[in-house]
Write a protein that binds this ligand. Structure first.
Ligand code: CMP
Length: 140
């Protein structure tokens, strides 16, 4: 299986409840390595740009406001099949549909405040990682 990098964001609902360590343990226990990580306060323009693909969706403005409502942790996860493995570890976008043991089942508050974001394809992972990190910040 191919070794991949994927972007993960621990969202404000989770940083506010001090869940960073418990969420990181889920990644590490599943075999993903955190090769870059930074705690940030997103500006409105950064959040708008990051979620630009959703700008015509009815939830876009609320999503942007939520993403700037507190600190986030941007991180790069690396491992075999990292993009899809991370999506399995996160669980479904809507926590009501998420499987037992997933991050969103255990921690998410709602479909919006759903604790984590993860890249949905290898192509998007490259774009999203470059949004937050330069190559020299990825420490293998
Ligand atoms: P994420 O994986 O970060 O990608 C886009 C985000 O939009 C998603 O997680 C949710 O937080 C949010 N989202 C998706 N669908 C809805 C929805 N129907 N209502 C509110 N927020 C949503």
């Amino acid at each position: 299986m191919a070794v991949e990098n994927t972007l993960s964001i621990i969202k404000p609902d989770a940083t506010k409840r001090n869940l960073t360590g418990l969420i990181n343990a889920k990644f590490e226990n599943a075999g993903l390595k955190i090769i870059a990580q930074k705690r940030m306060q997103l500006s409105k323009s950064m959040a708008e740009k990051f979620y630009e693909i959703h700008k015509n969706r009815p939830f876009y403005n609320n999503l942007v406001d939520f993403m700037i409502s507190g600190p986030i942790i941007a991180q790069v996860l690396r491992g075999d099949n990292a993009v899809n493995l991370n999506r399995t570890i996160m669980g479904a976008t809507n926590p009501q549909e998420a499987e037992e043991g997933t991050i969103r089942k255990e921690f998410a508050e709602s479909i919006e405040a759903n604790s984590v974001h993860g890249s949905d394809s290898l192509e998007n992972a490259h774009v999203e990682i470059a949004f937050f990190f330069s190559d020299i910040e990825l420490i293998y």
